[in-house]
Design a binder for this molecule. Sequence first.
Ligand code: BTN
Length: 273
Amino acid sequence: MDNFCRDRHVTDCPYSPMDCELEGFRFCRRVVGLDRVSSTNDHARKLATECPDAVGTLVVADCQTQGRGRSDHSWHSPAGGGIYASLIVNPVVSPERATFVTLAAGLALHRALAEFLDTNPNLDVKWPNDILLDDRKLAGILVESSMRDGEMSWLIIGIGINVSQVEFPAEIRNRAVSLAQATGRQLSRHDILLRVLGHLDHGLDVLESGDFQTLRRDWESVSSFARGRKVKFFENGRPVMGITCGLKDDGALLVYTRQEQTVAVYGGEIFEY
Ligand code: BTN
């Protein structure tokens, strides 16, 4: 426990001098910077479980050896290639509204990355958490939580952004993209992360205030998947096809199916067809 709780955020943060700029954030107050870790989400989970003051900690790493995505996917995390960061936050919403945390994080990422991509308008958010550029994955979010007696104890918001990669492994080459590939420039992870944290701080503020309407509207305005997209998803192992028709008031994606019913999708993958 002592190892995890030791205050070592200033000297070994790979995005130094991050420590001074953290003063302005409400939800992110300190950084644990690591060269190499299995997964920043796993490290954050350990911190949250073992350290009483872990809320407000951002775990960042230069490289992950077992970076994880949703649905048991792995997340390509080479040293120096991307941003791998996990923020521990207090439950800002009730468990029924937990999807909104992912949506708020997606919106924050979209807003932050748009600032670095002013010449490329094809930045999109695919429900619930894929940040796409020209239909390729630029960033993703993995939100995990701990439940006790029906209440959430804490949330971990894991953020992965492809920043500097000029090449991806063959199996994801056609599906992934980095900021370096998109802009032809090597951007500073420090600068990007600060923008992300700024927008995330704002989004979590909005969530905590209970203004889900604003979040819903803002998310729908940046996602081409929110309405009118032909999608396929799986319900109890069976494929269902339909057209997206906005977000439900709890953050689920609404789909008007071929069977002429509006259904709410809460998890799993959405495929286009
Ligand atoms: C997804 O799109 O499926 C989510 C990808 C999330 C990747 C990030 S990288 C930092 C954090 N640590 C992990 O192991 N995963 C998340």
